[in-house]
Ligand binder design. Structure first.
Ligand code: NAI
Length: 336
């Protein structure tokens, strides 16, 4: 039997936290054979909400749930953590400049990175969900002296799953028959959802689209409907639901961690995650950028060697330029 995995969830008293905790405790993330200890790290204003969730967790009597602790102490929060889900972040409020947003989040993710280096278990895996997710992960990593870069990832799986969902609908296909979609770049409106290598039930997605819509209309659908719809889906959800994506974000975080630690079957194709670049596809080293990735259960690896046409190259370069600008803005603040 496995010994319990200690999982720290920041912002656990928030909306995504509430959608995540019960699924983690039920075994959806690590599997039915892995007991968990949950550490809910909040700021003082969020502690009561996290404590309420902890009471409800107790009321579920989950067999896999060994303990739940709520704290607003960063050091205690990460003590012995095997896995950290960094969900709590400072949201952009009206009139806030990008620099203010990055500075406010650096004040969260810097100290958390340092606390992870000081207190977490040696094998810690750190997954950043809170926005701006890529740059928050970059900041946490920079502050986490001695923790290997490959232990830091950021969530673009929600964008990936959204892209798969859109294709499934357009092609009348089942989502699990759709393989090898890629989200490149930043988890922002500049991201590039790329279907050029994708297949549906073994047939090329671009070929299927051309067959259904005609070649010109297919190209147009990709550029004018699919890409913006996926990239701006968060805004569409807010518009329709009156509240941001919560259950789907929690679901994506669960998918991300499950593939990361349990591995992803080779015949399921690749997925997408933001990793610390080692220069793959010309992305500057050290940026946290979304790539096509596989996992054998020991972390994500970038799928290398894919052909990129001019359209893909230009869109990836544009999103990477945004990541470079975010990094530069953080550096200007004296944070990196
Ligand atoms: P929320 O506002 O409901 O919850 C955030 C929680 O974080 C609050 O309880 C707050 O008290 C807590 N918090 C703030 N600063 C903290 C700190 N320093 N330490 C610990 N906890 C802290 O927000 P929600 O809906 O749960 O979203 C959380 C984050 O996830 C947001 O930044 C959102 O933009 C991001 N997000 C990312 C997605 C992705 O695909 N990467 C998708 C959807 C949301």
């Amino acid at each position: 039997a496995h010994s319990p995995t200690t999982i720290t969830i920041t912002g656990a008293g928030g909306q995504i936290g509430y959608a995540l905790l019960f699924r983690i405790a039920a075994g959806d993330m690590l599997g039915p054979d892995r007991p968990v200890r949950l550490r809910l790290l909040e700021i003082p204003q969020g502690v009561r909400s996290a404590e309420g969730a902890a009471l409800e967790l107790q009321d579920c009597a989950f067999p896999l749930l060994h303990s739940v602790d709520v704290t607003d102490d960063v050091g205690r929060g990460f003590h012995g953590a095997d896995l950290a889900l960094l969900v709590g972040a400072r949201p952009r409020t009206a009139g806030m400049e990008r620099g203010d947003l990055l500075a406010a989040n650096a004040g969260i993710f810097g100290p958390q990175g340092a606390a992870i280096a000081a207190h977490a278990a040696d094998g810690i895996q750190v997954v950043t969900v809170g926005n701006p997710a890529n740059t928050n992960a970059l900041i946490a990593r920079a502050a986490a002296d001695g923790v290997p870069a490959e232990r830091f990832t950021a969530l673009t799986r929600l964008d990936h799953n959204r892209a798969v969902g859109q294709l499934a609908q357009q092609l009348d296909a089942r989502p699990d028959g759709i393989r090898d979609v890629t989200i490149w770049g930043n988890h922002s409106a500049s991201q590039f959802p790329d279907v050029s290598h994708a297949t549906a039930d073994g047939t090329s997605v671009p070929a299927l689209l051309a067959e259904r819509l005609g070649p010109e209309a297919a190209a147009q659908w990709l550029d004018d409907v699919f890409v913006p719809r996926v990239a701006k889906r968060g805004a569409e959800i807010i518009e329709v639901r009156g509240s941001s994506s919560v259950a789907s974000a929690a679901n994506a975080a669960i998918d991300h961690v499950r593939d990361l630690v349990r591995g992803r079957p080779v015949d399921a194709g690749w997925t997408s995650a933001a990793l610390v670049s080692r220069g793959e596809y010309g992305v500057p080293e050290g940026l946290v950028c979304s790539f096509p990735v596989r996992s054998d259960g020991s972390g994500y690896q970038v799928v290398e060697g894919l052909d990129l046409d001019g359209r893909a190259r230009a869109r990836i370069d544009a999103s990477v330029a945004e990541l470079v600008a975010e990094r530069a803005a953080v550096q200007e603040l004296g944070i990196l």
